[in-house]
Write a new protein. Structure first.
Length: 205
């Protein structure tokens, strides 16, 4: 195995990229980083009144362990701070260093294959329709007791998609050499198998 092997997994919210990334990392024995947590942690600090660039520059590993990082409010705040160029720059080195660690790494986010790790050995773009993603997110939130309607979740998903796609800094889009996996009608086990097959082919090549 190569001393370093980077797998970049990009895609919109609730497409399944986090679940796939964790499974792929476990399969190959690689380290995993959900880069969205970095932005969620900065967003959480924003909600507490901290200036976003300062929050990004002072982020610690402990900040990624906060209990509320999966809340809808933090998700929206994360999407807002992610459009700030200085925030993205502050988090860039952390992500690139993680990506090239010995033993292999899987990073999932919005701009891993296009900006963070353009030379990643394997790139995936995991996607699904907005309606399917809203259903998944609504089920997660309802199970956690969140008081929110499916219509609101769908509106949030579409709003976040638009903000991620249209931002000037590192917009959400597949890398030219990324393999797309649409999970709209796939069971998660099949999506994981598809991802592993792509990566194994890259490693063999």
């Amino acid at each position: 195995m190569a001393k370093t092997f980077t797998i970049a997994v990009d895609g919109p919210a609730a497409a399944g990229k986090g679940t796939i990334s964790k499974a792929v990392a476990a399969h190959f024995g690689f380290a995993h980083l959900d880069t969205g947590l970095l932005y969620r942690a900065v967003g959480a600090k924003l909600l507490l009144g901290m200036e976003p660039i300062t929050a990004a520059q002072t982020l610690t590993a402990e900040d990624l362990e906060a209990d509320d990082l999966r809340s809808p409010e933090v998700a929206q705040a994360a999407s807002k701070v992610a459009v700030i160029a200085e925030v993205r720059a502050a988090l860039l080195d952390f992500q690139r260093s993680f990506a090239r660690r010995a033993g292999g790494a899987v990073l999932d986010g919005r701009d891993i294959g296009t900006v963070i790790c353009p030379n990643a050995e394997a790139k995936l773009f995991v996607t699904a329709s907005a309606e399917v993603r809203a259903d998944r997110r609504f089920a997660e939130l309802a199970a956690s007791g969140a008081a929110i309607s499916r219509a609101q979740v769908l509106a949030d998903v579409k709003e976040r998609d638009a903000r991620d796609r249209d931002r000037a800094e590192a917009p959400l889009k597949p890398a030219e050499d990324a393999v797309e996996i649409d999970t709209s009608e796939m069971k998660i086990e099949a999506a994981i198998e598809a991802a592993i097959a792509v990566i194994e082919a890259k490693r063999a090549g």
